[in-house]
Ligand binder design. Structure first.
Ligand code: GYE
Length: 300
């Protein structure tokens, strides 16, 4: 197998773990890996696709998609060129006949889990009504689109607290620096009215926590904060209690992706269109000792 891997970029701890999973597994499995960092630009992903389609050595193309649309033409060209294509991490809006399979998270379900966690945190904080702020990931990314959708559609499930999403803004490229500025602006605009914050990944949740603390409020006390990914950095803030919950998203997808690609090369058919990742959730309420012990066992 010679794999052309089109990665989104290097925007987060999760992404670094995902990239390592592909590089390390390729080394252990003796797979030739050609790696492309798309700098979080869809146009770069199209360029990379055409590059790998032209490359006679490449027989497998793996895509971690920056956006959800715009891939149909290159998928059709790859198919016509006899390349196996596997979509990893993020879903795209393309007919599943244009790729072998998709392996990645159920981001809508993650949004639901985020809502349930926020509901419990606000209930424990004695709230009966609450205003939520959402610091979103890149607006083109299915991870951000679906977490937002999942969280929003589950709000009514919280019987103890009437939750309202007061405002929502995306940080381009998942940039935590812009995420912090977004939170600083919301803290001014909605002074004294913010009860909860949903950061679409750990870096954005941590950026929000830093803005909250800098404003004189206390994250985890005056404002409840949740994140997504459950990276080591996320655990640090769960352990200090400023992050109330972290919805896990599994970046270690390479073994499954390479297995699927090998199946495709060996002519295996009847594969699932989508294999959702196995994931959990972590809570500050588990306590520092228990969380430390869990963190010590994790690869990212
Ligand atoms: O949550 C974020 C990364 O697609 C699941 O992308 C991934 C997301 C992850 O930038 O940290």
């Amino acid at each position: 197998m010679t794999v052309g891997f089109i990665q989104t970029g290097s925007e987060s701890g999760w992404r670094a773990a995902n990239t390592s999973s592909f590089k390390e597994t390729a080394t252990t499995d003796g797979i030739t890996l050609k790696f492309y960092d798309s700098q979080n630009k869809i146009e770069n992903q199209i360029t990379a696709f055409n590059q790998y389609i032209q490359d006679p050595a490449v027989n497998v193309i793996v895509l971690a998609a920056v956006g959800t649309t715009g891939y149909d033409d290159v998928l059709k060209s790859a198919k016509a060129a006899g390349k196996v294509v596997v979509i990893e991490d993020r879903r795209i809006e393309a007919d599943s006949s244009l790729y072998y399979t998709y392996i990645g998270s159920d981001f809508i379900k993650e949004g639901h889990e985020g809502e349930a966690a926020m509901c419990d945190l606000l209930k424990a904080a004695g709230k009966t009504t609450a205003n939520i702020i959402e610091v979103g990931g890149d607006q083109a990314a299915s991870a951000a689109i679906d977490r937002h959708k999942g969280f929003g559609e589950a709000l009514a499930n919280c019987s103890a607290v009437k939750m309202t999403v007061l405002d929502y803004q995306n940080a381009p490229g998942w940039d935590p620096v812009q995420g912090k500025s977004i939170m600083e602006a919301f803290l001014k605009k909605y002074a004294g009215k913010i009860d909860g914050v949903m950061g679409h990944n750990d870096e954005l949740a941590i950026a929000a926590i830093q803005a909250i603390d800098a404003s004189g409020l206390k994250a985890g006390k005056d404002v409840q904060v949740i994140g997504f990914d459950a990276t080591a950095d996320g655990f640090k803030y769960l352990i200090n209690g400023e992050l109330g919950a972290d919805i896990e998203c599994n970046p270690l997808l390479a073994p499954q992706v390479y297995k699927a690609a090998l199946d495709a090369l060996n002519g295996v058919t009847g594969q699932q269109a989508w294999t959702p990742s196995q994931e959990g959730q972590f809570f500050a309420a588990q306590g520092a000792t228990a969380l430390q012990a869990i963190l010590a066992t994790r690869k990212y």
